[in-house]
Write a protein that binds this ligand. Sequence first.
Ligand code: AP5
Length: 215
Amino acid sequence: MRLILLGAPGAGKGTVAKLLTQLDGSVQISTGDILRGAVAAGTELGLKAKEAMNSGGLVSDDLIMGIMEERLQEPDCAKGFLLDGFPRTIPQAEALKGLLTKLGIELDFTVEIDVPRDVILDRLTTRRTCSNSACQAIYNVKSNPPKQEGVCDKCGSPVIQRDDETEEAISKRLDTYDEMTAPLVGFYKNEGNLLTVSATDSQEVLKAIQDKLAG
Ligand code: AP5
């Protein structure tokens, strides 16, 4: 499958993407995970991205398109991919459209995961993430804690709170979403291939996607 997952921070894009990868081996491509990996590794990309990320702003469109142009041509994408957190601005959406045409790739559809703001705020303050950049498993102290507190079930690395999970950064990320990313809902509606799922249960989101894929 080839999908874009759209939704505010904390809507559950990463959680649903991980469930979808188990269905047919499609890969999850999270620009947030790629950038966090680069920050942790101290690469040039990480140095450029760190400030924008920690304050809740966006990394430049040019930098993101450079990453995605390379990533979409890696061999593991041949089985399908789930774009999680990309595109995030209208220029990124337009550039992605041109890139997919150039590569001869057709998307199935875009999924908008629509979750109420109070649920999102609660989730983001209680989320925990595996610190191993190759794993990045997602937990939640309320709904999905690791079996042993502070230790990743999958790889045994420490489970931490993300640097952009302060109250101030969360509030800025939500404002950035409203201003820069929410207009993509209209963009993909106009393209005629948008599935909106208003649900707080990730299994319900998964089922709606599977139903649409089955036609
Ligand atoms: P990114 O990592 O993409 O963050 P985000 O969009 O803010 O998304 P999140 O990871 O916060 O949320 P999610 O929807 O994946 O939720 P999750 O499944 O974890 O980006 C980080 C930063 O990188 C950006 O701010 C920006 O600076 C930069 N960046 C990234 N991409 C960029 C781009 N394209 N252009 C420019 N800059 C870019 O779920 C959240 C929590 O809820 C978890 O604890 C989870 O366990 C829990 N949960 C999920 N579903 C449920 C459920 N059904 N019931 C109960 N709990 C649930």
